[in-house]
Each structure stands twice: as C-alpha cells, then as structure tokens.
Design a protein around this ligand. Structure first.
Ligand SMILES: CC1=C(O)/C(=C\N=C(/Cc2ccccc2)C(=O)O)C(COP(=O)(O)O)=CN1
Length: 455
C-alpha cells in the first residue's frame, strides 16, 4: 500500500502518558500556553521536535557500550571521522555537542562585523550566531518558499538573482560564506534540488565565496531528489548524498536529526587552514578536537547512525509517515504547507485562524489548543519564533505555522491517526480559539521561555 510498514520491530517500549482534559488544562496554564514549558510526563504524543527524539537502533546501543572514554584520541572519534568521510566526503571533522556548537565555531571563525551571510530562509539559532558575530543574515530563498499555497517541489532553492544582487550590492569580500540549509526547516522541511546546489556552488566559486551547508536534514533532502528530480530515480541515497555534499566547502550538522542520535553534532570542512583555526577554538568551548563536548559512546552512536540513515528502507518509511499525516489533514481540508516536508507537517495558522491577526500569536494559540484537546505537543513556528528586529519590532514572517514534527523511528501510524483526528476536530470548532498576549518575553530566542495569557 501507499504507506510503507515500519522496517523494524519493537524490542523495548516506553509507556506514554494518557492524560485527561482536566490534567492538560492545568498543565498548559502552568506552562503559560507555551508548549516548550510543558513537562514531558504531561505529553501523550510529542511532536514538538524531531531533534534528539530519535529511537536509536540495537546496533547504536551496542556501540554505547564500546565508548572509548580516553580524554584524547578516542577510537570512537576515528570511527566518526571515517563515517563522515565515507558518507559525506568531507576531509576534516570537529565533533560538537550539537548543531549550535558547530554554528558557534563556524560563525566566530568566519564572520566579521559588517559581513553579510546569504541563506535559504533563516533558522533561529543559525541566524542568532551569525548576528552575535556582527553579521547580517540575508534571505535569498526563492519567493515560492514564503507562499504556503505554492506546490513547487524544491521550495528550498536559492534564487540566483537575489544572490547575485547581494554580491553586487555588498561585494564578495563582505560575504564569508553562503549558508545553504538542506532541507529548509521553517519553509516546511522543503528540499533543495541538485541543480540548484550545483548552480549556487558554481556562482560562489566564481566570486571565491565559500558554501557551507546546514546539513541537519540532508538525508531527507537526498530522498526528495531521488523522488522528484529527473536523473536521480535510480541512484542510491548514499550516491545522491555524496554528490550533494560535493557542492559545498563544509557543513554544520546537528546529529540530533539525520544522524539518528539523542545528542551530537559536528563541524566538517575541507579547508585545512579553517580546520586548524577551528581546533584552536574548539578547546575553548567544547573540549579536545577529538571529542568536542561528546562522550566517546555518543560519537560511536553517531558514527553508526550516519550509516543507518542512508538505508533506503529507513528513510522511505520516515518520509512515508510524514506524508501519511499530511495526506489525512489535506483530505479533511485542514490548511497545511505544501508539498508536505521531510520532517514535519506544518499547519498554516493564518488560514486555520483567519479571525486572529498575527499580533495575537495565532500559531502559539493553536499549538496550545491542540495540546489541550489531545495531549499532542507541537511547536509554534511563526511570529513568536521570529523574534524582534534591532528596532524592537516583531519580525513578521509570511509563514505563521504550527509544526507537527515526527520523531524518527518512534511513533506508529496509529499515533499519527490520533493526531490527525484531533486536529480535524479542532478545525471544526476553530472560531472558538482565542488570541494570546505576552505575560513574559525574554530578549533572546523568546519562544523557548515566553509565557502568555488569552486576550
Ligand atoms: C536546520 C537546523 C535546525 O533545525 C536546528 C535545530 N532544530 C531544532 C531544535 C530547536 C532549535 C531552536 C529552537 C527550537 C528547536 C528543531 O526543533 O527544528 C539547528 C541547531 O541544531 P541543535 O539544536 O543541535 O543545536 C540547526 N539547523
């Protein structure tokens, strides 16, 4: 049938919390209507994030018992280095505790005040580190990415004209690197085509500008190229991934996604001079260049996860689950970002709640209502996540979304049916949903800790 069965069987189970409406009402009020502040024990189906929520395999758990916890030169580091070289093709690897660790290193090493970093739509932590180092992020993604109705198959693509005009505007020497995310999280987990990767790399090369991938969900990107781009239907995920990464000079990686681990990441580069400078800096923030803030066992689990992630049966099922949830909501007329992305289904909260203007935080309110209705936790990816600009005004993203993020190898199709049914029911009574206003707002990355009340 259309949705492939799990290519694994369960060996260990973790009971999940079946809650009552009363319990959930109390929990969401104590959490200030912010799903980030809910306690895991009060969450039935947790679709907050696919980051670090993966179920590891028995082989990875076996690897956890083979942690070489030597302070320097751990054997697990060499296994990780081998996996990154073989699967991604990069020359040098610095393990970090997670993606942000790599973003911190890359941004500090390459960005000077007054620099510009073009990229395909922003991501919260990536932009925060770029700005922390005096850089300005410039969105050069194609227009279709900001249009939830567009069904363009590669909405993650960079617009070459936007990139060219930025280079002309500020000059290549003001652009330390192009930040190419594969896939693009906040556009709805949307992929970049191989052709676009090639074209951007060629253009960057002409101006001697580096291309650095945010490789966090690169295996999902490879899958979409196989399914959607002419000439790749008969290529393996491994071959597509290797070709993808060849159009970059390095990457930051949050291993907590497509490396199938609960903690871990890395900075990978081909340039020896940049690697040398990174080794000088990593000792300040993460520890020796051979462990980067990770235990040996965590590096071993990541090395093994890198190989597991490129197995076709794994990634085919992973995407099939996301597609299943997306299709159910589309069939019921619930507004979602299309095409359905790689790691999540994104509800279009503007269309879901047309009676709430963006300053009433529709996506934040919808995420809270979904939890109250069903115990399903989701994440706001709209005006609250976008934060404020230097003048203190809200960034106002075109996409006001609630993300239903599917963890890897964790839930069954039955769980996703529960999620779909709850959201479809809520959609029938959507006009009852009220707006929110801040009770507490932190000045940085406010969505993590903000608290709200109904207006
Ligand atoms: C494309 C991309 C990511 O999606 C990413 C993390 N995503 C996360 C985790 C997260 C981060 C910040 C706010 C809310 C949730 C996600 O829930 O989507 C990171 C940072 O990686 P890190 O979390 O390992 O530091 C870099 N690039």
């Amino acid at each position: 049938n259309k949705y492939v069965a799990e290519p694994y069987k369960v060996k260990v189970v973790e009971p999940i919390a079946v809650t009552t409406w009363e319990q959930r009402k109390k929990a969401i009020e104590e959490a200030g209507y912010n799903t980030f502040l809910l306690r895991s024990k009060d969450v039935y189906i947790d679709l907050l994030t696919d980051s670090g929520t993966t179920a590891m395999s028995d082989d990875q758990w076996a690897g956890m018992n083979l942690g070489d916890e030597a302070y320097a030169g751990s054997e697990n580091f060499y296994n990780l280095l081998k996996a990154v070289k073989e699967v991604y093709g990069y020359e040098y690897v610095i393990p970090t505790h997670q993606g942000r660790g790599a973003e911190n290193l890359l941004s500090q090493l390459t960005i000077k005040p007054g620099d510009y970093i073009p990229g395909n739509m922003y991501f919260t932590t990536t932009r925060a580190h770029q700005e922390l180092n005096g850089g300005t992020f410039r969105d050069v993604i194609i227009d279709e990415a900001h249009d939830s109705d567009s069904e363009y198959l590669f909405k993650g693509n960079i617009c070459l004209d936007k990139l060219k005009s930025l280079i002309e505007e500020v000059g290549a020497e003001k652009i330390p690197y192009i930040c190419m995310a594969v896939t693009v999280n906040l556009a709805g987990g949307q992929p970049v085509s191989m052709q676009n990767l090639k074209d951007v790399y060629a253009l960057a090369g002409k101006h001697h500008i580096k291309v650095m991938f945010d490789a966090t969900r690169c295996v999902e990107n490879a899958y979409f190229i196989k399914k959607r781009e002419a000439g790749y239907e008969n290529k393996s995920i491994a071959d597509i991934l290797k070709e993808m990464m060849s159009y970059s000079d390095g990457c930051t990686m949050s291993g907590k996604k497509d490396c199938l681990v609960n903690i871990g990441g890395f900075l990978a580069v081909n340039d020896e001079e940049l690697y040398t400078r990174a080794t000088q800096m990593v000792v300040m923030y993460e520890g020796m260049p051979s462990y980067g803030g990770l235990a040996g066992r965590d590096m071993e689990a990541m090395a093994r996860g890198i190989y597991e992630a490129i197995d076709y049966h794994y990634i085919h099922h992973r995407i099939s689950q996301v597609q299943f949830l997306g299709d159910k909501l589309i069939e019921a007329g619930v507004p979602v970002v299309r095409p359905i992305g790689g790691h999540a289904v994104f509800l279009d909260a503007r269309k879901f709640l047309p009676h709430l203007e963006q300053e009433k935080f529709p996506a934040q309110s919808l995420a809270a209502e979904i939890y109250l209705k069903s115990g399903v936790r989701t994440m706001e990816r709209g005006i609250v996540s976008a934060g404020r600009d230097k003048e203190g005004n809200h960034h106002k993203p075109a996409l006001e979304l609630v993300r239903l993020t599917i963890p890897r190898r964790v839930y069954s199709y039955a769980h996703l049916e529960v999620v779909a049914d709850a959201i479809i029911d809520l959609y029938q009574e959507r006009e009852k949903i009220k707006g929110l206003e801040f009770v507490y707002e932190s000045p940085v990355l406010r969505f993590f800790t903000a608290r709200f009340k109904h207006v």
